[in-house]
Design a protein around this ligand. Structure first.
Ligand code: HDE
Length: 719
C-alpha cells in the first residue's frame, strides 16, 4: 500500500503543478486588456519617447517609466556558470523499462512503464556563454528528474572518466584550462600552455587526456553522444542492501563525431550548431532518445575488479560488468524561455532520493559542497529552489525562511522544530521510515590527507582506451595531440606530455612527437618526475569495443543531405532518392547559388532552400549532385559548389553523383575514369529509371556508415 505522504504527493501535484504554474506566468505577461504596463501594472502611455522639458529639451529625472525600463535592462545579466557556461536544454520524460526494485528503493525506479518528467542541459565546459558549440571539449550531460520523492539530478558528462582524482585539484585544473589570466586567451580551447603544463605535471590526467583528444569531444550532435554518471554511486534497496552503480546514457542514433577541420569551421559558420540541432530536432518531432543503462557491482565483489571503483579516472569495461538497460530518456519539448529554464536551472549531484546514495569517491564528495555554493552567487541567494525550473513536483516543508528573492509566503507563528504552535503544520521528522537513509558504511580511521595507493595506476586504462580505437580513430587522436601541442609555446611542456604518453603506448608517443620540434619521447624521464607512479594493474582484456565509436548505429534518421543544383538539373532520379531518404527518416535540402528556384531540364521550377554560402557543406551529412548537363556544367564552374563537394569529400562524407554530375567529380580529380577503382562513400549512378531505387538504397547504405575514412589522396584535397 502506498504511504500516506506519497499518496498526498501523487494527488496534489501530479497534474496540477505544470498547468497552474503556466497560468500564473501567463497572467504576469499580460497587462490589463493586453496593454503594455510598468512592473507596477501602470499602463505605459508611450514606449518610444522619454519625458522631456520641451520636445528638444533635456530628459527629466522624474521619468520613472524610463528609469524602470533602463534599470531593469542594466541588471539583466547574471554571472555565467564558472564551468559549463555554454549550454542548451530541453524538457522530456524518463520511462523505466525494467524495474530496479531488487537494487534500489527509489520510487521512480520501481515500476516498469512509469514516467518521470525531466529537464536536461547539455554544455561545453571551458567556454563562456557565447562561445561556439563545436569546440574540442567535454560535454556536460545533466538530467533533472522531477520525481515524486523530490528532484534527483544525474549531473554527468559525455566521457566516463575525469581528469583528477580529488576535488582539491579541481580549481587548479579549471584555472589551467580556462583562458590564461594575463591576456584572457584562448576562448573555449584547451590548446594552450597552461592546460598542457598542468596535464603534463599530473599523470593521473592521462586517461582523460586520451579521451579528450579523441573524437568524443567533437560530437556530431548532442543526440549522438553518450552520457555517463562518471562516479560510482550506490543503490540501496528496501532491505538496506547496497550495490555500487555506474550510470550510462546510450543514444538511440548511435555515437558519432565531426572531424576536426569541420568542427573548427562550424565554430565560425554556425556557432550554435549543437544548440540549433537540438532545438530543430525537437521542433520537428524527431525527439532525441537515450537508453539508461546501469553497471551494478556487489559491494563484496568491488575488490576483485583489480582497480578502485572510487577512483574517477577509471571506468568499468563493459566486458567486465555488462550494462543493463533499464529505461529510456526522451526529449520532446523545447524550453519556452532560455533564461528562465536553461540558464536558471540549478543542478546538484547532491540532489538524491531515497535508494540512491554516494560513494566515497573523493571527487564526488567535493562536488557535493560546490554546487549549492556556486548557485548562491550565480542565482543570487539561497532561494533558487523556488525558481519554476528548479521546483520539485512534490510538496516540501521545512522551517528555512526568508532570504534574497523569497517567493513563498510562509504562514504561521512557528518557524522552528519541534513546535506545538504550528496549527497542524508542525512538520515533525519522520524518524527514518520514509526519509533519506545514508548507507551505514563502516569507515576506517584515522583522518588523513593522503591518496589511497589503490589510485596509483594512471596508465593501464589509458592504454586500454588506445588499444580499443580503430585505425582512423587512432589517427585522429594523434592529430589532435599534435594540433594542441603545436599551440604550446614552451617546448619543455610538449616534451613532458609525450614522455607521459610513452607510458600509454610508445608508438603513439613517437607519432605525436614527430612534428613538434622536440626530442624523442622519454618514458624514463616521465617516471622520474613527481606525481608519477609506476604501478600498472593487469586488466583481463586488451581492448573494449564499447570504447570505440566506429561502426556505431546504422540509422540515417535525422541526417541532412545537400542537393546541389543549377539551371537544367535533371530531377527524375532526384525525386526517387529524395523520397527514399525521407522514408528512412533523413531530410534533403536543395542548395544553389541563389534562393528562389532553378529551371529543371524538363522546364519546371525546382524550389531552392539554401545558398552555398548560407548552408555550407559542414552543415550537412552527405551531398547529392543530380544529373543534367547544364546543371553539371554550371556547378563545375562555380567555386562555391566545387568547394562544397571537395570539402564534403575531405571530411569523408558520402557523396552521390548522378549522370552528368560525374563530370564534376572528374574535374575535381576525386573520382577516377572508366574502370578506375571505386572511392569509398562515393556513389555513382545513372538517371536510368529502373536503376533509381537501387541507387537510392546504395546512397542510404553509404550514409549509414557515417564517414568513409579510407580515401585516396585526402591530404592533397584543398578544402
Ligand atoms: Fe561540475 N560543476 N564540478 N562536474 N558540472 C558545475 O555547478 C565541480 C565534475 C558538471 O548544466 C558547477 O551549477 C567540482 C564532474 C556538469 O548546469 C560547479 C568538481 C562532472 C555541470 C561545478 C566538478 C561534472 C557542472 C558550475 C570536482 C561529471 C553543468 C555551475 C570536484 C560527472 C550543469 C554549476 C549544468 C557544473 C563544480 C567535477 C559535471 C562549479 C568542484 C566529475 C554537467 O559547481
Amino acid at each position: 500500500m502506498a504511504q500516506p505522504r506519497q499518496e498526498a504527493q501523487r494527488k496534489s501535484k501530479a497534474g496540477e503543478s505544470g498547468a497552474a504554474k503556466q497560468k500564473q506566468l501567463e497572467s504576469f505577461s499580460q497587462g490589463p486588456e493586453n496593454l503594455l504596463t510598468t512592473n507596477q501594472g501602470l499602463v505605459v502611455p508611450d514606449n518610444h519617447n522619454s519625458l522631456k522639458a520641451g520636445v528638444r529639451g533635456p530628459t527629466l529625472l522624474e521619468d520613472f517609466i524610463l528609469r524602470e525600463k533602463i534599470t531593469h535592462f542594466d541588471h539583466e545579466r547574471i554571472p555565467e556558470r564558472v564551468v559549463h557556461a555554454r549550454g542548451a536544454g530541453a524538457h522530456g520524460y524518463f520511462e523505466l523499462t525494467r524495474s530496479l526494485v531488487e537494487y534500489t528503493r527509489a520510487d521512480f525506479l520501481q515500476e516498469a512503464g512509469s514516467r518521470t518528467p525531466v529537464f536536461v542541459r547539455f554544455s561545453t565546459v571551458a567556454g563562456s556563454r557565447g562561445s561556439a558549440d563545436t569546440v574540442r571539449d567535454v560535454r556536460g550531460f545533466a538530467v533533472k528528474f522531477y520525481t515524486r520523492e523530490g528532484n534527483y539530478d544525474l549531473v554527468g558528462n559525455n566521457i566516463p572518466v575525469f581528469f583528477i582524482q580529488d576535488a582539491m585539484k579541481f580549481p587548479d585544473l579549471v584555472h589551467a584550462l580556462k583562458p590564461e589570466p594575463h591576456h584572457d586567451m584562448p576562448q573555449a580551447a584547451s590548446a594552450h600552455d597552461t592546460f598542457w603544463d598542468f596535464i603534463s605535471l599530473m599523470p593521473e590526467t592521462t586517461h582523460m587526456a586520451m579521451w579528450i583528444m579523441s573524437d568524443r569531444t567533437i560530437p556530431r550532435s548532442y543526440r549522438m553522444m553518450e552520457g555517463f554518471g562518471v562516479h560510482t554511486f550506490r543503490f540501496i534497496n528496501a532491505k538496506g542492501v547496497a550495490h555500487f552503480v555506474k550510470f550510462h546514457w546510450k543514444p538511440r542514433l548511435g555515437k558519432h563525431a565531426l572531424v576536426w577541420d569541420e568542427a573548427q569551421k562550424l565554430a565560425g559558420k554556425d556557432p550554435d550548431f549543437h544548440r540549433r540541432d537540438l532545438w530543430e530536432s525537437i521542433a520537428q518531432g524527431n525527439f532525441p532518445e537515450w537508453e539508461l543503462g546501469v553497471q551494478l557491482v556487489e559491494e563484496s565483489k568491488a575488490q576483485s575488479l583489480g582497480f578502485d571503483l572510487l577512483d574517477p579516472t577509471k571506468l568499468i569495461p563493459e566486458e567486465m560488468v555488462p550494462v543493463l538497460t533499464v529505461g529510456k530518456l526522451v526529449l520532446n519539448r523545447n524550453p519556452d524561455n532560455f533564461f528562465a529554464e536553461t540558464e536558471q536551472v540549478a543542478f546538484h549531484p547532491g540532489h538524491v532520493v531515497p535508494g540512491i546514495d554516494f560513494s566515497n569517491d573523493p571527487l564526488l564528495q567535493g562536488r557535493l559542497f560546490s554546487y549549492t555554493d556556486t548557485q548562491l552567487s550565480r542565482l543570487g541567494g539561497p532561494n533558487f529552489h523556488e525558481l519554476p525550473i528548479n521546483r520539485g513536483v512534490c510538496p516540501f516543508h521545512n522551517f528555512q525562511r526568508d532570504g534574497m528573492h523569497r517567493m513563498l509566503v510562509n504562514k504561521g507563528q512557528a518557524a522552528y522544530e519541534p513546535n506545538s504552535l504550528g496549527n497542524g503544520s508542525e512538520f515533525r521528522v519522520d524518524g527514518g521510515q520514509q526519509g533519506f537513509q545514508s548507507f551505514a558504511e563502516a569507515v576506517e580511521p584515522p583522518k588523513v590527507r593522503r591518496r589511497s595507493p589503490s589510485f596509483d595506476d594512471h596508465f593501464s586504462q589509458a592504454t586500454l582506451f588506445w588499444n580499443s580505437q580503430s585505425p582512423a580513430e587512432k589517427d585522429h587522436i594523434v592529430a589532435a595531440f599534435q594540433f594542441e601541442l603545436s599551440k604550446v609555446e614552451v617546448p619543455a611542456v610538449r616534451q613532458r606530455v609525450v614522455d607521459n604518453l610513452a607510458h600509454v603506448d610508445p608508438k603513439l608517443a613517437r607519432k605525436v612527437a614527430e612534428p613538434l620540434g622536440i626530442g624523442a619521447p622519454d618514458a624514463k624521464a616521465a617516471a622520474g618526475r613527481s606525481g608519477f607512479r609506476d604501478v600498472r594493474v593487469k586488466l583481463p582484456l586488451e581492448a573494449s569495443a564499447a570504447l570505440s565509436m566506429e561502426g556505431n548505429g546504422a540509422s540515417i534518421a535525422t541526417r541532412k543531405v545537400a542537393v546541389l543544383v543549377a539551371g537544367g538539373v535533371e530531377v527524375g532520379a532526384l525525386r526517387v532518392i529524395q523520397q527514399a531518404l525521407q522514408d528512412a527518416g533523413a531530410s534533403s535540402r536543395v542548395v544553389a547559388a541563389h534562393l528562389g528556384s532553378v529551371a529543371t531540364s524538363s522546364g519546371q521550377q525546382l524550389a531552392v532552400d539554401h545558398t552555398f554560402g548560407n548552408m555550407p557543406s559542414v552543415m550537412f551529412d552527405a551531398v547529392l549532385v543530380p544529373g543534367g548537363s547544364g546543371s553539371a556544367q554550371t556547378l563545375a564552374g562555380n567555386g562555391d559548389a566545387v568547394h562544397f563537394v571537395l570539402e564534403a569529400y575531405k571530411h569523408c562524407k558520402t557523396i552521390c553523383v548522378i549522370g552528368e554530375g560525374v563530370q564534376l567529380l572528374r574535374t575535381l580529380g576525386i573520382a577516377g575514369g572508366e574502370g578506375a577503382p571505386a572511392t569509398p562513400g562515393v556513389v555513382l549512378g545513372s538517371n536510368d529509371p529502373p536503376l533509381r531505387a537501387q541507387l537510392a538504397q546504395e546512397f542510404i547504405a553509404a550514409i549509414a556508415r557515417h564517414r568513409h575514412w579510407v580515401r585516396a589522396n585526402l591530404e592533397a584535397v584543398p578544402a
